[in-house]
Design a binder for this molecule. Structure first.
Ligand SMILES: [Fe+2]
Length: 219
């Protein structure tokens, strides 16, 4: 599926985010914390999947979805002044429920969930919002749960980072998470994965806003 996937619940949980942002804009601008860069790691897909849309649960028009805790992952891309960035290409990649990446060098290659897309892209509109449907990543030897992010614009890479799960005991033992020395910066990449009340199948919602440390040239 190439069209961005939009679920009815999306507007609901993004609506409150927008309100909070606009009503405290001055304060928010002062408190903006640049999203710290993090290593790309060795598992950016070496062969992109046939389907690179923002629904990682379904590859093309497959009937069987990926296995895992369904997570609606959203956020907005801002510049350092708090201005939403449009036309930002947000890419994510992560392990499936067996700890396998979409990469020929992954661990657990034999157990890899063939229904999981492993990688996705979303191009932001004027609100700077992105949206992915994915699974909550599992931890694997040496790493706490995390989702890799890359933000590009006009073919330029602006940021490579990782997003973490708040309250995850493994965070404190993760050398890459700990390498972000500033506590507030670390907090900015560590977000709650919370149950969606209305969901009867236990879906989760996570919101990860990204603040780029530069103002991209206007179009
Ligand atoms: Fe990783």
């Amino acid at each position: 599926m190439n069209a961005p996937l939009i679920l009815p619940s999306r507007r609901m949980f993004l609506g409150t985010v927008g309100l909070a942002f606009f009503s405290t804009r001055g304060l928010f601008a002062e408190e903006l914390i640049r999203t710290p860069p993090q290593t790309e790691g060795p598992f950016y897909p070496n062969h992109l999947p046939l389907d690179t849309d923002n629904d990682l649960l379904i590859i093309n028009d497959a009937i069987t979805p990926a296995v895992g805790e369904i997570t609606h992952l959203t956020g907005r891309i801002f510049d350092e002044k708090g201005t939403p960035i449009r036309n930002a290409l947000v890419e994510i990649w992560q392990v499936d429920s067996h700890g396998a990446y979409l990469h020929t060098g992954t661990a657990n290659a034999d157990k890899r969930d063939k229904n999981f897309q492993g990688f996705g892209r979303f191009l932001t509109g004027s609100s700077g919002e992105y949206y992915f449907r994915t699974v909550k990543p599992v931890s694997y030897p040496g790493r706490t749960r995390h989702i890799h992010f890359k933000v590009k614009r006009g073919g330029k890479e602006l940021l490579t980072t990782q997003c973490y799960v708040k309250g995850e005991p493994g965070n404190e033992k993760d050398g890459i998470w700990r390498s972000i020395r500033d506590a507030k910066a670390r907090e900015s990449v560590t977000v709650p994965f919370e149950p969606i009340k209305e969901s009867k199948i236990g879906e989760l919602a996570a919101k990860f806003d990204i603040v780029l440390g530069l103002t991209p040239e206007s179009e």
